[in-house]
Design a protein around this ligand. Structure first.
Ligand code: HEM
Length: 195
């Protein structure tokens, strides 16, 4: 009974982690595009991005702990820390460990952002683009549910959403860092010429 519960928890928490991680990546991409409207101010995108990232960690912790303590697989804690050290599905589990460690690096640098500076934080944050496909491939490689219709639909929606966000982002012209300064200057000049 306990083994079955653990196994279902690993699978359920894995699927939820994949959905949440995809949403976090989409929101991260949207926040770099400064998407906003009257009904959706920009802080909502960044706030949701941050809070969903924290929720992802909670489900990932559940996914990993239940996988490690499951007596059927006997994974051991080393498998969760050292990539490709597991005797069980070595390659696919190794990818999961790598994805988790990339995420851990993103979390730690986000907490230390004030110390390490914006430039270093941004470089590490780019790892999110790598951790997402690695995590999805891990799920496909090792998941029990990958051939179920519900998992397929979820995975296709996740892949489609992230791919669409990245394509839209790549099609955007580069942001003008001096746009607001230029705007203020223009307003100042027009005020002076129309006293
Ligand atoms: C970003 C990190 C990770 C994500 C997003 C993720 C996600 C997933 C997903 C979606 C599945 C398929 C679940 C299903 O079949 O319903 C899965 C399976 C699995 N994952 Fe992960 N995973 C991650 C990291 C890890 C790590 C670090 C471990 C443990 C060392 C791990 C252990 C497992 C195991 C044992 C399975 C197979 C469960 C089964 O028997 O079906 N995962 N994972």
């Amino acid at each position: 009974m306990t083994d079955t519960l653990l196994w279902y928890s690993t699978r359920g928490a894995g699927a939820v982690s994949m959905i949440l991680l995809s949403a976090v990546v989409v929101l991260g991409v949207l926040s770099t595009m400064r998407v906003q409207s009257a009904a959706w101010p920009r802080f909502l995108t960044t706030g949701l991005h941050r809070n969903l990232a924290l929720l992802t960690l909670v489900f990932l912790a559940l996914h990993i702990v239940t996988a490690v303590v499951d007596p059927f697989t006997h994974l051991g804690w080393l498998a969760a820390v050292v990539p490709f050290s597991s005797y069980y599905r070595t390659f696919w589990l190794g990818l999961g460990t790598i994805a988790f460690e990339l995420l851990a690096a993103i979390v730690v640098t986000s907490l230390l952002r004030g110390v390490i500076g914006q430039a270093a934080w941004r470089i590490v944050h780019w790892l999110a683009y790598a951790s997402w496909p690695v995590a999805v491939i891990h799920g496909f490689g090792t998941g029990t549910d990958v051939l179920s219709a519900w998992f397929m639909v979820l995975a296709i929606v996740c892949v489609f959403a992230v791919a669409l966000a990245i394509i839209i982002r790549l099609m955007q012209p580069p942001a003008d860092p001096l746009a607001s300064a230029r705007n203020e200057f223009r307003v100042g000049v027009s005020r002076k010429s129309n006293p």
